[in-house]
Design a protein around this ligand. Structure first.
Ligand SMILES: NC(=O)C1=CN([C@@H]2O[C@H](COP(=O)(O)OP(=O)(O)OC[C@H]3O[C@@H](n4cnc5c(N)ncnc54)[C@H](O)[C@@H]3O)[C@@H](O)[C@H]2O)C=CC1
Ligand SMILES: O=C(O)C1=N[C@H](C(=O)O)C[C@H](O)C1
Length: 251
């Protein structure tokens, strides 16, 4: 595949390495910081490209989607922090191009989601267990909570009989029983740690996904791009995971 990298920061560079290892070619790197070949994405940069892979900033996702649609180039997007506009992007994409978005492309994160959802269902019989979640990321991360934490929270709300709402703010009150509290911490170099906790008077059950590096995210994104080639429509990473690895993502 001839790939245009949109966003050439930590993830863009990691994806470039994996693309090379898997026999693909990077034709352009787009990044406003000056670290790529061009500062902004334009239709002409996508000419001849088979795929775009975007790890950029939330503020650019919708405009970039317009350029993918205009040029007919499919895109895998890992950028987080923009899902308040996901329906707009879904409508823009329609059946015109293949577009796949995921908050977390590492396989382990999807095992983590599945385990957390399964554990939540098991506690239907044990209402003494209260659910909560927290995530830790490096000091340069721009969005909070992480896309992964928001995805986890949504899945837990769907699986839980007691939790109906997600609260992400710093709480200056006790959470209501139907509120799932999701907390975020930023600092150091942590590539991404997410913990889901079920806590009772007797004990604590903790499920943690701890990324060791960004490689798992990058491998997943490149595999998702290989999967997307030739498909049309708006997909989330869960569809790709389901298709490749069986019923892992949506247990
Ligand atoms: N889905 C997943 O598996 C993962 C998602 N991410 C997400 O990917 C995004 C990027 O993460 P990192 O690479 O760690 O951040 P980073 O800050 O190292 O890199 C982002 C790059 O995008 C550039 N950028 C900003 N606006 C742009 C635009 N309009 N067009 C092109 N480039 C633009 C910035 O100059 C920067 O170089 C974040 O939203 C992060 O949460 C990060 C890791 C894994
Ligand atoms: O910004 C990051 O670094 C990461 N972002 C993604 C998220 O917001 O969930 C995925 C991973 O946790 C790393």
């Amino acid at each position: 595949m001839k790939v245009v990298l949109v966003g050439y920061g930590r993830m863009g560079r990691e994806v470039e390495q994996v693309l090379r290892e898997r026999g693909h070619e990077v034709t352009y790197r787009v990044d406003p910081s000056g670290s790529g070949d061009a500062p902004t994405l334009t239709p002409s940069l996508l000419s001849g490209a088979d795929m775009a892979i975007e790890f950029s900033h939330a503020s650019s996702v919708v405009a970039n989607c317009g350029i993918y649609v205009e040029t007919g180039v499919p895109a895998v997007v890992g950028t987080t922090g923009w899902t308040d506009r996901i329906e707009e992007v879904r409508r823009m994409v329609g059946e015109k191009i293949g577009y796949l978005w995921g908050a977390n492309f590492s396989i382990g994160a999807h095992l983590f989601f599945a385990l957390a959802v399964h554990a939540t269902r098991l506690t239907h019989a044990f209402p003494e267990y209260d659910a909560l979640a927290y995530e830790i990321h490096h000091r340069r991360k721009k969005d909070s909570p992480s896309g992964t934490a928001l995805t986890l929270a949504q899945k837990i709300i769907e699986a839980s009989k007691t939790k109906k709402r997600v609260v992400i703010d710093r709480l200056s009150r006790a959470p209501e029983p139907d509120e799932l509290h999701v907390a975020s911490v930023r600092g150091g170099e942590v590539p991404g740690t997410h913990t889901f906790m079920l806590d009772s008077e007797a004990d604590t059950v903790e499920i943690t996904h701890r990324a060791r590096s960004r490689r798992g995210f990058a491998v997943g994104a490149v595999r998702a791009a290989e999967w997307l080639l030739g498909r049309k429509g708006f997909f989330t990473v869960e569809t790709f995971i389901d298709d490749i690895f069986g019923e892992v993502a949506n247990v």
